[in-house]
Design a protein around this ligand. Structure first.
Ligand code: ATP
Ligand code: MG
Length: 569
């Protein structure tokens, strides 16, 4: 290893374990990790943490990284999920080279291993029903009872298992169990089921099998077959590790090291495929890639970048204890990245007409605007300016509240990159009393927004030229849930009870700078003073972009951090 490339921050406990293995040559100095999704849903930001960790470790130690589908359950798995997962893992920048595998590729081998266990007297066919098995299993405080079928002969077990495979028995009639210890304090070791009968087609193996291996049995052997050195998984598998080790030891095969870390929890959302599936099926969102979803495809459609998500995963680090990460930190990472790369633009989301009474009719000036103050290489663009403009409704008040420095009758503001203007009057709708037009005079001596006489202008507002702007749909998003932990069911309410009814606001007649009409699908912008937005990849058409709000400009994370620092003092 090249020590100059090691991160300055202290290493997490997983990398420390791997360092020790490198020294002790436990795996001949090799590192091989994997990401093992079950194709029963789309990936979410929690999975991104696991992908970043596994692929990151492989890259740092000059090792390898596999993508493997844990497709042992024929009924829940769909090709759509497989395809979306491949796309998402690739988009997150993890490289499995040519090592894309499926646990179902190993069904033959897993079957042979099961035969070996039976031959060793370490597995038996059980006829107990699921319910009986539960009764026999005992509890945390009470040891289990042995099944009356536990001591079948090896020959009988071999015969029955082969007949299970041949399809002689209906679903649930028999299972194959590992013969471990019904009195073990660890319930996972009380003769766990390793094969069950399921007369169902599998998305890859078709109708070849009617018995399917269980997850715990499959996972350790798949790791072993692929030569995985470090099988990194989430904490809930800690109690399964003894079973992981038991299977590999009994079969005397290559034995990876399982290491558990705390899963990512994020507030104001849910990270469980089961719950996300409910949101999709019950149409609370438009699909798995709805920009409000915490899925990778939702985030991508929303405008989040690979770099920002990976940076977020790095910042949160890995630990052994469960914790909840603040959504504001993720948003901070997005903002930080987009600030550097997003093209700026002036856009009016809730338009109000502004007429410059003394500006020549039919005159158009082209104002030079900076594309990105963070990146001079992005240059400038010319934005048309004319007598009739649009500004944000919010930037005008007929009667200004205290501390309001934007437009109101008698006040001056700067129109960004253009002129200083003074409000002279407004026009109201006769029926509703709503202000529909604001009249100003402009000061020709203030071109570019400067004041040669040095007078102070407190506010700068943005604008677009009415004749040149085009209309577009813009979608604003808020958090999907109104409660920090919607899954906390202490009050007996389902997580969907806490869905935010205002998580989506669609604005239909926004006025945008002309150059944005040809924005490419997925292109990202900073709408000045509003936030970051990107061109929706699903509903946009050439010349008719629809924009999704990626994140607001307001940096709540900076405030949280400040408050934390203060409270520590
Ligand atoms: P979910 O709980 O959302 O249904 P899962 O654990 O069932 O997820 P898998 O497809 O089995 O989903 O997960 C693949 C890998 O991603 C596993 O190694 C799992 O440990 C990891 N993973 C899942 N959720 C998280 C999370 N919130 N944080 C970190 N890693 C996660
Ligand atoms: Mg799982």
């Amino acid at each position: 290893m090249d020590n100059n490339n090691l991160p300055a921050s202290p290493k997490d406990f997983i990398r420390e374990i791997i360092d020790q293995h490198m020294v002790s040559k436990q795996f001949d100095g090799k590192v091989h990790t994997r990401f093992p999704p079950e194709p029963n849903g789309y990936l979410h930001i929690g999975h991104a943490k696991s992908i970043a960790l596994n692929s990151g470790i492989a890259a740092e130690y000059g090792g390898k990284f596999n993508l493997r589908f844990d497709d042992t359950n024929p009924s829940k798995e769909e090709v759509e999920y497989v395809e979306s997962i491949i796309e998402d893992v690739r988009w997150l920048g993890a490289d499995w080279e040519d090592r894309l595998f499926y646990a179902s590729d190993y069904f033959d081998q897993l079957y042979d291993y099961a035969i070996q266990l039976i031959q060793k007297g370490k597995a038996y066919v059980d006829d107990l029903s699921a319910e009986e098995m539960r009764e026999y299993r005992g509890t945390l405080t009470q040891s289990g009872k042995e099944s009356p079928y536990r001591n079948r002969s090896i020959e009988e077990n071999l015969d029955l298992f082969k007949r299970m495979r041949a399809g002689e028995f209906p679903d649930g009639a028999k299972v194959l169990r590992a013969k471990i210890d019904m009195a073990s304090p660890n319930l996972n070791l009380r003769d766990p089921v390793i094969y069950r009968i399921k007369h169902e087609d599998h998305h890859r193996t078709g109708d070849k099998w009617c018995i399917y291996p269980m997850y715990d049995y499959t996972h350790c052997l798949s790791d072993s077959i692929e030569g995985i050195t470090h099988s990194i998984c989430t904490l809930e598998f800690e109690d399964h590790r003894p079973l992981y080790d038991w299977v590999l030891d009994e079969l005397e095969v290559f034995h990876p090291q399982q290491i558990e870390f705390a899963r990512l929890n994020l507030n104001y959302t849910v990270l469980s495929k089961r719950k996300l599936l409910q949101l999709v099926n019950e149409k609370h969102v438009s699909g798995w890639d709805d920009p409000r979803m915490p899925t990778i495809s939702g985030f991508r459609r929303r405008g989040y970048t690979t770099e920002a998500i990976r940076n977020f995963c790095e910042r949160i680090g890995v630990a052994k204890n469960d914790s909840v990460v603040d959504m504001a930190l993720l948003e901070y990472c997005i903002r930080e990245d987009l600030n550097k790369r997003a093209q700026r633009a002036m856009t009016v989301l809730r338009p109000l007409k502004l007429v410059l009474d003394n500006y020549p009719e039919n005159q158009v000036e082209y104002m030079e605007c900076i594309n990105n103050p963070e990146d001079p290489a992005m240059g400038t663009r010319k934005v048309p300016f004319s007598k009739v403009l649009y500004i944000e409704k919010d930037d005008f008040r007929e009667t200004p509240p205290k501390g309001y420095f934007r437009l109101f009758p008698g006040n001056e503001v700067r129109l960004r990159y253009a002129y200083v203007v003074k409000c002279v009057s407004c026009v109201k709708d006769d029926d509703t009393g709503e202000v529909v037009e604001v009249h100003c005079t402009y000061d020709p001596a203030t071109q570019g927004g400067t004041t040669p006489d040095g007078r102070k202008i407190k506010s700068t507002i943005h604008w677009v030229s009415a004749d040149h702007a085009f209309d577009a749909e813009v979608r604003l998003y808020d958090r999907l849930f109104i409660k920090a932990n919607p899954s906390d069911s202490k009050d007996g309410k389902d997580f969907k009870h806490y869905l935010n009814p205002n998580s989506l606001e669609v604005l239909k007649d926004c006025k945008l700078e002309p150059f944005m009409k040809d924005a490419a699908s997925g292109e990202r912008f900073q709408f000045e003073r509003q936030g970051y937005f990107c061109v929706d990849t699903v509903d946009s058409q050439p010349g008719k972009p629809v924009f999704n709000q990626t994140v607001s400009l307001r940096d709540t994370w900076a405030k949280i951090e400040q408050a934390q620092k203060k409270s520590k003092k």
